[in-house]
Ligand binder design. Structure first.
Ligand SMILES: C[S@@+](CC[C@H](N)C(=O)[O-])C[C@H]1O[C@@H](n2cnc3c(N)ncnc32)[C@H](O)[C@@H]1O
Length: 384
């Protein structure tokens, strides 16, 4: 069907999920492609415009639908193709050689439909197409915007973690957000948090990533400098020894090994950090101490491992509750993707210390003849 230019608006009136503007008319135009995605993130609903040049991608969020439609129509003047996706259909509008607009509407093939729903409704905040520069340096995505096979799981994992953080911290009304990432390792997560908050949500974000590995920290600092990420710093230090005069809003730790998670949680408490997102791993401390009382479980090594993890994280959750946090535990990714998938999400409610609860925790630890690092740190700090 042939339509007039002014009729395009009819196809943008419905609830579309994604629009792709491509096939540019003039070679010298700045952008090769523009993608508009509908994003539903917590209570926030907006349209994210991604402008692709040959080497970079720029983002802009627009919250008012009429303005979105106006912008799309304006931008399309420099292109020949406009694809509009909703849940089930794709409307393809193409300029013919004679300068007419040809429209074709088709049902989405399962695969395309799947991708569209996956990208948009599951709200993966960052797509590989965005070609986030640091993720190219870290071998997560290729220069042409594809996820490297071995990094598929990592990419899903960090996207999911980001999604949880962003949805939780949406209440922070100030523009400046200060974050600590304890045990940042290669810092995939750190870079995407920085990128998303700074370039997409336009926040004044400051992040410090901390890790024991000197070479990894040097590499991460080089990447941050290469892209001019001034407020992203990596420090080679033991989490246990971290101290700072600054205020921080958020603490993240993703798979900080064994008691490193305890020191991360303790620092968050000590520094009065409001938001904690921590995915523990390898809970060896309790594993090596569990006594014969629990022999009916621990004689099976797989159960001993699982039980030690759950037991440790239950202590951590309860200690945080006793120190003024509201705590939730959830599976942040599928167990298939990683069995280390319990996220401790804690939000500070007040500065009250529940001494009775702490004593109960101490008695329980005594009962099982266990020492627990977070508990010991809190006890020493509070001097009880
Ligand atoms: C499994 S890696 C996870 C890295 C990163 N967060 C991620 O998920 O990709 C754990 C990291 O914690 C770091 N780490 C372990 N104990 C630490 C400590 N006490 N202080 C600082 N970093 C520590 C290790 O060097 C390692 O890079």
């Amino acid at each position: 069907m042939i339509i007039a230019f002014e009729n395009i608006i009819e196809y943008l009136g419905n609830e579309f999920l994604k629009v792709i503007i491509s096939n540019k008319i003039r070679k010298e135009s700045d952008y090769n492609k523009i993608v508009v995605q509908f994003i539903e993130n917590g209570q926030k609903v907006f349209y994210q415009f991604s402008f692709y040049t040959k080497t970079q991608v720029f983002h802009k969020n627009i919250f008012v639908k009429d303005e979105v439609v106006k912008q799309i129509i304006k931008l399309f003047k420099d292109f020949k193709q406009l694809d509009i996706f909703d849940k089930d259909t794709c409307v393809e509008i193409k300029e013919t050689k004679k300068g007419k607009l040809f429209v074709n509407k088709s049902l989405l093939k399962t695969q395309i439909k799947g991708q569209t729903e996956h990208n948009l409704q599951k709200a993966y905040l960052l797509s590989p197409e965005m070609k986030i520069p640091a993720l190219i340096d870290l071998d997560v995505i290729t220069t042409d915007g594809k996820i490297i096979q071995k990094s598929q799981a990592k990419f899903r994992q960090i996207n999911k973690f980001l999604e949880i953080i962003v949805s939780e911290i949406k209440d922070i009304s100030k523009d400046e957000i200060r974050i600590l990432d304890f045990g940042c390792g290669k810092s995939y997560l750190t870079f995407i948090i920085y990128y998303y908050l700074k370039f997409i949500l336009k926040k004044d974000v400051h992040i410090i990533g901390l890790d024991l590995k000197k070479d990894v920290i040097e590499h991460c600092n080089k990447i941050a400098q290469k892209y001019g990420y001034e407020n992203l710093q990596f420090v080679n230090k033991d989490i246990k020894d971290f101290s700072s005069e600054d205020n921080f809003d958020v603490m993240v730790s993703l798979h900080a090994c064994d008691t490193a998670t305890d020191y991360a949680l303790f620092n968050a408490f000590r520094l009065g950090i409001k938001y904690i997102f921590s995915v523990p791993c390898c809970q060896h401390e309790i594993f090596h101490q569990i006594n014969d009382n629990l022999n009916f479980i621990t004689k099976y090594s797989i159960l001993k491992e699982r039980f030690s993890s759950i037991f440790t994280d239950a202590f951590r959750g309860n200690i945080l509750e006793a120190t003024g946090y509201k705590v939730q535990m959830c599976e942040f990714i599928d167990f298939d993707a990683s069995p280390k998938n319990i996220l401790i999400k804690a939000v500070k409610q007040n500065n009250k210390i529940d001494k009775i609860k702490l004593e109960q925790i101490e008695n329980l630890l005594k009962q099982y003849d266990c020492k627990q690092t977070l508990f010991n740190c809190v006890k020493t700090y509070l001097k009880f």
